[in-house]
Design a binder for this molecule. Structure first.
Ligand code: 5GP
Ligand code: MN
Ligand code: MN
Length: 331
């Protein structure tokens, strides 16, 4: 059960001397916030701990530039074999593109909140009720007896704010609010975080949103709202992969939408799949993680994703029929 899993992870973290922390590819606010927060917690315990992200993640998404990423590695350290590997916010080890971290035989600690987490670790602390991985890291910090300083609180708060859609999604639980309140007491200034994360928007991002709106299509009387961004769209906007963050939420907000999908052509050759697809549900009658899983991905009921080599038309047909099947099952 959860309490036993937490106790086991606390024990494992306490006894480890050398650790490496990492997260999923295309890291979001919770991925980066829980990574940095955990790093600072373990540093406070005097651990030899490093953070690793693959070099393709740099530069990091502009909304997280205010966080201090000093010391993050883009290359595996030589002593990786001696380190306990801690995955944060990663529901599926396939979301870690780096083979040396996926290989068996190592101690993997898996700390996450995805209900479809594949439990790939030797230790798995998976709490699907937690708003965010950052909230779980907060609990671990408390269990480890680490004082929540402002340096620990800021990345954790950023993770909670971004994963709860600024405390507006279904995961904005009383617990998420209580932890956020503690983090504010520890020194976080919500307005400052808001300004840094949600304002200072690069103009290229607005230009990319313009492309997405221009390419918007609706299916089945608008139940499915879709947009597609090709490489040419990214080029025209002067935008990078991370600049599409937030667009699919805008599609979901369109009146009459049950499911929104944003289909992005991958900008880097040699990656898994030609398209990266983000799905969002606007109703409890649909579980988009089920649709994503059937296409090789996963996620949460309300927010999921996958990558695919299916041609665009086929992939839209697959999503359309899956949405129709779920809606008819629900009604
Ligand atoms: P996003 O659409 O913002 O990239 O991702 C939304 C959610 O879907 C994330 O919380 C993430 O867990 C999940 N997700 C996105 N892409 C993938 C994927 O390729 N595989 C899996 N397993 N989950 C994904
Ligand atoms: Mn995430
Ligand atoms: Mn998360």
């Amino acid at each position: 059960d959860l309490a036993a899993a937490e106790a086991a992870v606390v024990e494992e973290l306490r006894s480890a001397d050398k650790l490496l922390l990492t997260t999923h590819e295309n890291p979001d606010g919770d991925a980066l916030g829980s990574l940095l927060g955990m790093h600072r917690v373990l540093r406070a315990l005097g651990k030899d701990v490093v953070m690793y992200l693959s070099p393709k993640e740099f530069p990091l998404p502009s909304e997280y530039r205010h966080l201090d990423f000093t010391g993050i590695l883009g290359e595996p350290p030589a002593d990786v074999d001696e380190r306990v590997i801690v995955f944060l916010d990663c529901g599926n080890i396939d979301r870690m593109p780096v083979a040396f971290l996926r290989d068996g035989g190592r101690h993997i600690v898996n700390v996450d909140h995805h209900h479809d987490n594949t439990r790939f670790g030797a230790f798995n602390l998976v709490d699907p009720v937690a708003s965010s991985t950052a909230e779980i890291v907060y609990r671990l910090a408390r269990a480890l007896g680490v004082e929540i300083t402002a340096e620990i609180a800021e990345p954790l708060y950023t993770g909670i704010v971004t994963d709860t859609g600024r405390f507006m999604y279904e995961n904005a639980t009383p617990s998420a609010h209580r932890v956020a309140a503690d983090l504010i007491e520890a020194g976080v200034e919500p307005y400052e975080v808001y300004r840094k994360v949600y304002e200072n928007v690069p103009l290229a991002r607005l230009r990319l949103l313009e492309r997405a709106i221009a390419n918007l299509e609706r299916f089945d009387d608008g139940l499915l709202t879709v947009s597609r961004l090709t490489r040419a769209d990214f080029e025209r906007a002067g935008a990078g992969e991370a600049d599409s963050e937030g667009i699919v939420e805008k599609l979901r907000a369109v009146e009459g939408t049950a499911v929104a999908a944003l289909v992005r052509e991958q900008l880097t050759d040699g990656r898994r799949g030609q398209y990266k697809v983000s799905l969002r549900a606007a109703t409890r009658d649909v579980d988009v993680s089920e649709i994503a899983r059937a296409l090789g991905g996963g996620g949460h009921r309300q927010a999921a994703g996958f990558t695919t080599d299916l041609p665009y038309e086929q992939l839209i047909e697959r999503v359309r029929s899956a949405v129709a099947a779920q809606l008819s099952r629900a009604n």
